[in-house]
Design a protein around this ligand. Structure first.
Ligand code: FAD
Length: 465
């Protein structure tokens, strides 16, 4: 028997994969006896926010992930397809029909028992043939969170996502910024700062783009910041902040110079244009491999988005910045996955214990369900006394699992699936679209091969109406 804690996207998918392969499952779901700050119903797989499962073509990674999940008869994708509403090339659903469809499908499965109770501790695993999947999501209950801390350590369970704004590299004014790492002089001295695609971080010029501020510029920025309006907070966002990731506006309210001793510290940086240390500095760090996105270091903020744009465009070099994403802070419980999980979503330390869904360090509805799917298949393997197995890294399912189990643990960030996580093609065709199509074709072919090698059998599941 498999025990699954949490009947959200990941838990429901894992239960389906196991039960439709003939393995009995108990889902422990605390709602409606106890609810979270955002769930509203007692349905399994309730969508807490948007009703979109994002892109549904093979030209984006999440579309490919869905295609792979369809190949493995994902319940989540099957019901999403059945409850789809018009949304262009995206897959969006009628959220009530979706959650009802998942709940009814699992209710109708004779091998699935749904226990409405909060599980306060990770259950003991008596043997590998009785695995446990923890899929309690970003709003895992307090008592279980405390028990997870005792398993993974205080430093490896996070409770917030502090998201700094990200700008398009092409929208930065390079005549106003300089490239340097703190305490390292820009070896080329003054002159034009090159576009990041012209000069990579390995060039020795330093890893950061620095936006220098004079005293007058800093005071103007500071004044705008402390008078800007905050976004409306949900109850679940009212938890006190960690000192290590305070929003910039909170720091600003502590004193006029607090930011200059924090994320806007100029120490160790010399502006080649003046030959002097600036009064304050905002640092931009490359955010993706293509070097076309830069994030503002330490600039997590809860300002309203319109206000954020206005305040951030006062930073020299960012006057015409286009934002890929604006900053925010929200509750998100997740483990430092690379310290804990292998590619099958099983913990390295405790055989038979899996984490899946948002708590395992992925981001998004589809990714959460995908991790539940693979955890479910591997829990079935343990019950049957078979080998566990992960899809190859060339697939979307495998690329996500590889990231979660191998990313840099010192600065772990949950991720959506993205083509940047895939190994590159041996002979990439010209053009972005053609490259993506080739990646998708390779993925689907490799998934089919893996499925045979790992004996992932077809299911005998009833059809969902
Ligand atoms: C406010 C918010 C908004 C989000 N919006 C989006 C969005 O728009 N799009 C998107 O793709 N992703 C979004 N996410 C991220 C994420 O994809 C979803 O949270 C997704 O539901 C995660 O799936 P899951 O199965 O991991 O967790 P959930 O779907 O949250 O399921 C976890 C389940 O575990 C139960 N549970 C918790 N603790 C216990 C316990 N101790 N015992 C028993 N049961 C327990 C909960 O009641 C819940 O039903 C959002 C997250 C948050 C917090």
């Amino acid at each position: 028997m498999i025990r699954i804690i949490g009947g959200g996207l990941a838990g429901s998918e894992a239960a389906w994969q196991a039960a439709s392969r003939g393995v009995p499952v108990t889902i422990h779901e605390m709602r409606p006896l106890r609810t979270t700050q955002v769930h509203k119903t007692d349905q399994l797989a309730e969508l807490v926010c948007s009703n979109s499962f994002r892109g549904d073509t093979l030209e984006n990674a999440v579309g490919l992930l869905k295609a792979e999940m369809r190949e493995l008869d994902s319940l989540v994708i099957r019901v999403a397809d059945a409850t789809r509403v018009p949304a262009g090339s995206a897959l969006a659903v009628d959220r009530d029909r979706f959650a009802r469809g998942i709940t009814e499908a699992l209710d109708a499965q004779s091998l699935v028992t749904i226990c409405r109770e909060e599980v306060p501790r990770i259950p003991d695993i008596l043997n590998r043939r009785a695995p446990v999947i923890v899929a309690t999501g970003p709003l895992t209950s307090e008592s279980l969170s405390a028990d997870i801390v005792s398993l993974v350590g205080q430093d490896n369970l996070y409770f917030y996502d502090a998201i700094s704004p990200i700008v398009h590299a092409d929208s930065i004014d390079y005549s106003a910024v300089f490239r340097a790492s703190r305490q390292r002089r820009n070896p080329r001295g003054g002159g034009r700062t090159l576009h990041p695609r012209e000069v990579g971080p390995e060039s020795g010029e330093g890893d950061y783009l620095n936006c220098p501020m004079s005293e007058a510029e800093y005071l103007r920025f500071y004044d705008a910041l402390i008078h800007a309006e905050l976004a409306e907070l949900h109850d679940f966002d009212r938890t006190p902040f960690f000192e290590g990731c305070l929003p910039i506006e909170v720091m600003a309210h502590r004193g006029i110079d607090t930011l200059r001793f924090g994320p806007m510290k100029p120490v160790g940086l010399t502006d080649p244009a003046t030959g002097r240390q600036p009064y304050a500095v905002v640092q931009l760090r490359q955010d993706n491999l293509a070097a076309d996105h830069y994030s503002l270091v330490g600039f997590q903020t809860q300002l309203k988005w319109g206000e954020q744009r206005h305040v951030l465009q006062l930073i020299p070099g960012l006057e015409r910045a286009e934002f890929v994403r604006l900053g925010m802070i929200h509750r998100n419980t997740y483990v430092n996955a690379p310290t804990l999980l292998d590619q099958t979503w099983q913990t390295r330390a405790r055989e038979g214990l899996f984490f899946a869904g948002q708590i395992s360090g992925v981001e998004g509805y589809v990714e959460s369900a995908a991790s539940g799917l693979i955890a479910g298949l591997n829990a079935v393997a343990l019950v049957r006394g078979a080998e566990t197995s992960a899809p190859p890294r060339t697939t979307a399912l495998g690329a996500l699992a590889y990231y979660v189990s191998h990313a840099d643990a010192t600065n772990y960030q949950p991720t959506n699936v993205a083509f940047g996580l895939f190994p590159s093609l041996d002979k990439p065709p010209r053009g972005r679209q053609a490259r993506r199509q080739a990646l998708a074709q390779r993925a689907l072919k490799d998934l089919a091969t893996w499925r045979v090698a790992a004996s992932i059998d077809a299911q005998t599941s009833p059809v969902v109406s």
